[in-house]
Write a protein that binds this ligand. Sequence first.
Ligand SMILES: [Ca+2]
Ligand SMILES: [Ca+2]
Ligand SMILES: [Ca+2]
Length: 266
Amino acid sequence: MNMKNISLLLSTTILLLAVSSCKDKKKTTSDKEKNKVVCNCPKIRVCASKQAMAAKKERCQAWHNQKLEAKNPKAEKIKLKKKELYLTKVNPIGVVKYFRPDNSLACREVDLNGDGLMDLFYFFDTSGKIKIEAHQDEDRDGIIDRKTIFRNGVVRKELFNTDGDENTWEIEKTYNNGIITQIAYIVINPPGSPERVCSKYNYYENFDANGKLISISWDIDCDGDMDKVINEKGEYSSEEYKKFNLKADKSIKARQLKPEDKSIKP
Ligand SMILES: [Ca+2]
Ligand SMILES: [Ca+2]
Ligand SMILES: [Ca+2]
């Protein structure tokens, strides 16, 4: 067995130990503590559910299948060819590339910290040259925390996952030619609101063509219509709302945007 194989085996063993260690910890947790499972794994180890790990391993193939199906539901599934690129002896799998049968690049996966787990996933168009999406797992739990969508190779949207559920994105940033135009959030409504958390975006920050914040609006009763607006004039304007693609409640309250009013989140 050469050094490369030994280090790969060692890394895999460490990973398996780490996953089983996290699993064992969960098993021994009492009912009372079910919601606050703490993993004592050392930093290099990874605490993630089996499902999240499996999804991470098959992310490229699954994404490719989804795109094919969206174009043509009857399209035949294509098995991508995998090519692993070993960077160093301590970094057993640095980059993995997946190719279509015509040899165009479908995905590129990157292990940023050398723990053998992929952290960054790039997905390419059928030419294999233009990036369509990038997914990033920022805390090595197997769940994607940030998704970037490109148009003509330039960032169009950035989606952030703050609740560990990849089916919902809690923050959405929209760009026009690389300049921010809107940030949509799901924020907690004030006490006394009909619903404290809406199922869709309920707070928007809107920017002008230069990326300057000019308006903030908030739907506090989750009906999809904005109830509060803060803008430069301190008045509700239906024209302005149309521009931002937002609807307003009849009783919408407006106040003036002050210099200290800033984006609530980065
Ligand atoms: Ca994550
Ligand atoms: Ca989510
Ligand atoms: Ca509303």
